[in-house]
Ligand binder design. Structure first.
Ligand code: A2P
Length: 291
């Protein structure tokens, strides 16, 4: 495992862009003061990688938090995501413009297709994903996005995109935490040179009461959240822990003063299904599949 020692250490994406190894998640951070203050607090606590999405409805608040923090835009790695209602080339170009306006910035560091179009939704799912991707490639070439990728793609959706892409996806952001690790997708991405990011690395908080996670945390004098974040890091996956609680935001960053042993990693690997959201790309809830 590469040894990381700070939140601002990076992994290099396929096009040379550097991705900070821990990001700050904002899914379910309500738009307004709560999200704005959480993002400001994260930046004050040393995070330099912020993850949002147009579907979270909080891009304006994320932008405000960034500006209020006083941290210069170019020091921040900012990700947003493209929603399913904006599929296709023209809509994709407009969707990014709308996100940039809401965020109050003229570029994002990473833009992701939030959910793949899948066979169950359309017989033309491959073409739909590719037409969206052509928009991503154009925006990347135009310098409005520094890196491009996908989210919630399995091998079945990634393979045709990799076959037809002119610029291959550099990132796949998936649900990943002890109790739900999507080993096949992670291995496939690794083989293709695609960096993996973990959404809900704490299992939306549900993994934090697990006895195995807590026993390992106690052995190190650390919290269950630290163990989950560290687990992702040691798996080579970039965690994006979310919190709107200032003490937790700061505390979750303290993951560089201990390491999980191989035996502890094995125990975490072997955990039964735990904290799973139920959002499986091929068969996700209707609002994710159909908008
Ligand atoms: P809150 O935002 O109210 O602080 P995930 O990143 O896996 O989606 O998990 C996010 C959930 O975990 C949120 O409900 C968040 O609560 C909670 N959470 C984040 N950090 C901690 C922590 N250190 N201890 C307990 N709960 C946490």
């Amino acid at each position: 495992m590469k040894q990381f020692s700070t939140l601002t250490d990076t992994v290099r994406l396929a096009n040379g862009v550097e991705l900070p190894v821990v990001g700050f998640g904002t899914w379910q951070s309500p738009s307004g003061d709560i999200c704005r203050d959480a993002v400001k607090c994260a930046l004050e606590s040393g995070y330099r990688h912020i993850d949002t999405a147009s579907a979270y409805g909080n891009e304006e608040s994320v932008g405000e938090g960034i500006r209020l923090s006083g941290v210069r835009r170019e020091e921040i790695f900012l990700t947003t995501k493209h929603w399913i209602s904006d599929r296709g080339y023209d809509k994709t170009i407009r969707a990014l413009e709308d996100s940039l306006r809401r965020l109050g910035t003229d570029y994002v560091d990473l833009y992701l297709i939030h959910w793949p179009c899948v066979e169950k939704v359309s017989p033309d799912w491959e073409a739909v994903n590719l037409s969206t991707w052509r928009g991503f490639e154009k925006l990347c070439r135009d310098g409005k996005i520094r890196a491009i990728g996908v989210s919630n793609f399995l091998e079945g959706q990634l393979a045709p995109l990799l076959r037809d892409a002119e610029i291959p996806p550099m990132v796949n952001q998936i649900e990943f935490h002890p109790g739900y690790t999507q080993g096949e997708t992670v291995a496939y991405c690794r083989a293709q040179g695609i960096a993996v990011e973990a959404w809900s690395p704490l299992g939306c908080g549900k993994v934090l009461s697990d006895p195995t996670v807590n026993a390992i945390a106690a052995a190190h004098g650390k919290s269950a959240a630290h163990v989950c974040i560290r687990y992702a890091l040691q798996k080579g996956v970039v965690p994006l822990p979310k919190s709107v609680t200032p003490s937790r935001i700061a505390d979750n960053a303290k993951v560089f003063d201990f390491a999980l042993t191989e035996e502890e990693m094995d125990r975490l690997d072997a955990m039964p299904l735990c904290g799973y959201s139920g959002f499986y790309p091929d068969d996700a809830p209707a609002d994710v599949l159909y908008g």
